[in-house]
Design a protein around this ligand. Sequence first.
Ligand SMILES: NC(=O)c1ccc[n+]([C@@H]2O[C@H](COP(=O)([O-])OP(=O)(O)OC[C@H]3O[C@@H](n4cnc5c(N)ncnc54)[C@H](OP(=O)(O)O)[C@@H]3O)[C@@H](O)[C@H]2O)c1
Length: 335
Amino acid sequence: MIPATMRGLRFHRHGGPEVLVWDELPVPEPGPGEVLIRSRGFAVNWADLMERAGVYPGAPDPPYVMGHDLAGDIVAHGPGVEGPAIGTRVFGLLPQAGTSAEWIVARAGQVYPVPEALTDAEAAGLGSPFLTADAALVTMGRLQAGETVLVHAAAGGFGSATVQLCKAYGAGTVIATAGSPEKLQRVATLGADVTVDYTTEDFVEVVKRVTDGRGVDLVMESVGGDVLARSFDCVRPAGRLVSVGASSGRSTSRFRLQTLFETGITVGGFTLGQWIQHDPELVAASVERVLRVLAAGAIHPLVAQVFKPEDIADAHVYLAGRQSVGRTIVLFPQS
Ligand SMILES: NC(=O)c1ccc[n+]([C@@H]2O[C@H](COP(=O)([O-])OP(=O)(O)OC[C@H]3O[C@@H](n4cnc5c(N)ncnc54)[C@H](OP(=O)(O)O)[C@@H]3O)[C@@H](O)[C@H]2O)c1
C-alpha cells in the first residue's frame, strides 16, 4: 500500500551536516511519462556536500529533497508509461535531485533495471559515477584501446568507476592518484598499473617517468585547483583532458586558451545532468555499455560504507573526511 506521507531528506538553510533533516512530506504522484519508485536506498555524492554547503553551481534554493542516485522498485506508472514493469528493481539518477526519500517520482526513461547480481547498496551507488565515467572516457575522452590514462581521486566514487571502466574498455597503462597508501592499495586491486599518493608525491614527475617524457593520452580530472592546473603538464601533445568536477572547491587560472592550439590538446567538460536533459541518446549509449560490462562481471561498484537514514549526518561527515574507498550509501529498512 502506498502511504500518504513519507520521510524526505532536506535542509532549510545552507551549513554543515547539522542542517540535514528528515521532513514528513506527501508521497509524490507520477505524472505523464513518470514512474513512482519505492526507494531501497541512495548514495551520498560529493555534489550533496557542496549543495548543502551552498557552493554547488546552479543548485536550487532550499528546501528541496536532496540526492541524485537511487535504487528502488517500480510501484506505479503515470499516464502513458509502458515500462519498466511494476515490481522491477531499478537504478537511476535524477539531475534535479529528489532521491533521498522513501518514495521517488522519476521519468520512466531515466531509470534502468538493476542486474540481478548487484546488491541494493551497489545498485544505489551505480548511476552517477559509472555513467559519468563512461561518458567522460568514451564519448568526451574518445578512449582508444591501449591508451595511457591518468585518473585522479581514483579511490572515490567517480574515480574507482573510471579505473574499472578503463580496464574493461581496453585502456593501456592506467596511472591513478589518491590521498593515502590504503586508498592506493585498493585502487591497484581495481586494475590501476601505477599508483601515486598526490598528497606526498609529484604526479607530474611520475607521469613523465612512466610515459618516457611523452605524457598520457587522456586525463580524467575531478579535483580542480592545483591538481587540474598541473594536469595540463601531464597531457601528451594532441592528447585530451576531461574535467567532471572540482572536489577541492577550487578552480585554476593557470590555463590559457592559447595552450589549446600550441599543444593541440582537447579539453572537455562533462556534466551528466546536462546530458540527461539535452543529449539523452548519449546517456542511453553509456547505460548500454555499462550494463554490458556489468553483465560480463568485468566491473563491480565499490561500496565504502552503508549508513542508516537516521545516521545521515555521519554519512556526510564520513564522505567529507576523504577516507572513503568507493561509495557512501544510505539504505532504507525494507519490510
Ligand atoms: N560531472 C558530473 O556529471 C559528475 C558526476 C559524478 C561526480 N562528479 C564529480 O566528481 C567528483 C567526485 O565525486 P564523488 O561523489 O565520486 O566523490 P569522491 O570522489 O568519492 O570524493 C571526493 C574525493 O576527492 C578527493 N579530493 C582531492 N582533493 C580534495 C580536496 N582538496 N578536498 C576534498 N576532497 C579532495 C578526495 O580523495 P583523496 O583523499 O584520495 O584525494 C575525496 O575522497 C566530484 O567533484 C563530483 O562533483 C561529477
